[in-house]
Design a protein around this ligand. Structure first.
Ligand code: AMP
Ligand code: ZN
Length: 486
């Protein structure tokens, strides 16, 4: 079986390109993570899900242990300070900030898991990487790319001849179009903050430029470099050392192209005098809700947690895997209009597939069907992969469908649609002992045609909130699975 050539759309060159990792034994990906001051909304869920599919595909193509995926946690930001003051006015600010960020980070990680996403290899926090940020800033100052003015360290955009290449903006556009307030201490209105002074009551770290805190952009330059270069340098191939500090793929939502990613590139390249920060830049499109931009004032602002745990959207809770599929039904670069109808469609589709996959017993090594990975390898064509899944499901529903059923189950698991489903999970591995005994007794009753007894056991378990589901295994023998009733 030939492995498909992965092709990805590169925002930097504006074309779909063959993905050629710098070091195939160490494929390296960085995605900008959340700023942890509030629940993540369903727009934030999109990059989390899209880049999880990319992570899974890369692990499949290059081997799970050959892919490093870093997604950071931004836990220093003025929005966090404001939230801490609002929510915990009586606590010292640093303590209040910690309360806000820890709670939000825990919630975010739980949300991402509920959406069927694997944990990234590393989830570094900005506050654990202040030294790395200061080292980068020092290097930028020393190389003449940054200057100190008015207590701030600023990046000098004019010092980088190709500043603006990612977004296609040039500095004159910025001057004419963006109406950036001209701040007198800046040499150029587009110069951006690397380090700013903190007042006594604000969070701050000592530095050569006084007690202060980092700008947002420098956080990602520092964390990507540390976890995708510094810490793994020793195991990278000689070829990778010909591209020092560079990694393979950088991702995030469309809104991050300018200024965030543009500025990350400026910092990372100028600090070391290199030609590339990342080879491929990927950006997911935006999500709207029922045709409108999501906003608190319009009342259509929905958090991931709202969908999973409350009945605010459509009067019911939605399983994470349904939200996951609803998100993936549209190509990641297109805009999504999120709606109840879309969730219902996703749920119906997912249940069709899962019904067709019912009863397959998977081994750890069972992988996805090539018809699906082929579509994903073409710039993550998940919507086309869905058509391939439909075909497999159709075969699985025929009388002789056992191999297709097995293949469908393995493919759904690979795609992250397993955690909510009794049929695909390994939950029977840790089922409570009384349950195993009850299920065995019921199967014995059924096989002995003692249906009254079998029904009594089913009813007893139902009263405990446990639903039973019978199916035939690949050898045609009757089996039973269980799930917690919703
Ligand atoms: P933020 O916390 O606003 O920095 O956003 C975290 C991630 O979510 C970034 O990659 C954003 O680009 C992405 N994002 C924010 N809002 C949306 C949206 N409405 N649709 C899709 N992605 C979004
Ligand atoms: Zn970033």
């Amino acid at each position: 079986m030939t492995t498909p050539q992965l092709k990805l759309y590169n925002t930097l060159t504006r074309e779909k390109v063959d993905f050629v990792p710098i070091d195939p034994a160490n494929v390296r990906v960085y995605v900008c993570g959340p700023t942890v001051y509030d629940f993540a909304h369903i727009g934030n869920a999109r990059p989390v899900i899209v880049f999880d599919v990319l992570f899974r595909l890369l692990r499949h193509l290059y081997g799970a242990e050959h892919v490093t995926y870093v997604r950071n946690i931004t836990d220093v930001d003025d929005k966090i300070n404001a939230r801490a003051l609002r929510d915990f006015p009586d606590l010292p600010l640093n303590e209040a900030i910690r309360k806000v960020t820890e709670k939000t980070e825990t919630q975010f990680i739980a949300d991402a898991r509920a959406l069927g996403c694997l944990d990234p290899t590393v989830q570094p926090r900005a506050t654990d990487n202040i030294d790395q940020m200061q080292a980068l800033i020092a290097s930028l100052v020393q190389r003449g790319h940054a200057y100190v003015a008015d207590g701030e360290v600023l990046f000098d955009v004019k010092s980088m001849p190709d500043y603006g290449a990612l977004s296609g903006r040039n500095l004159d556009d910025n001057l004419a179009g963006a109406r950036i307030a001209v701040e007198a201490h800046k040499r150029n209105p587009a110069d951006f903050v690397l380090w700013k002074q903190s007042a006594d009551h604000e969070p701050g770290w000592d530095s050569p430029w006084g007690r202060g805190r980092p700008g947002w952009h420098i956080e990602c330059s520092a964390m990507s470099e540390r976890y995708l270069w510094d810490e793994i340098q020793d195991r990278l191939s000689p070829a990778a050392h010909e591209h020092p500090h560079a990694f393979d793929i950088h991702g995030g939502g469309l809104d991050l192209i300018f200024p965030h990613h543009e500025n990350e590139i400026a910092q990372s390249r100028c600090a070391h005098g290199t030609h590339a920060m990342a080879n491929i830049w990927m950006h997911n499109g935006f999500l709207q809700v029922e045709g409108q931009k999501m906003s608190k004032s319009l009342g259509n602002f929905i958090t991931i947690n709202d969908l999973l745990e409350t009945e605010k959207f459509g009067g019911r809770k939605w399983p994470g895997e349904v939200l996951r599929l609803a998100m993936l039904m549209t190509h990641y670069r297109e805009p999504i209009d999120f709606s109840i109808k879309r969730l219902e469609e996703a749920e119906a589709k997912l249940r069709d597939w899962q019904r067709a996959a019912q009863g397959a017993a998977l081994a750890d090594s069972d992988g996805p069907d090539p018809s699906v990975t082929r579509e994903l390898a073409d710039d993550l064509g998940f919507h086309r992969a869905g058509v391939a899944l439909d075909l497999i499901a159709k075969k699985a529903n025929r009388d002789d469908g056992a191999p297709a059923r097995h293949c469908l189950a393995a493919t759904l698991r690979f795609l992250g649609f397993g955690q909510d489903t009794l049929l695909l999970s390994d939950q029977n591995a840790d089922e409570p002992p009384h349950l195993a005994a009850a299920i065995a007794a019921r199967l014995a009753a059924l096989n002995g045609k003692d249906f009254a007894k079998a029904d009594a056991i089913r009813t007893e378990l139902a009263d405990q909130g446990i639903a039973l589901l019978d199916y035939k295994d690949e050898a045609g023998a009757r089996q039973t699975k269980w799930e917690i009733k919703r």
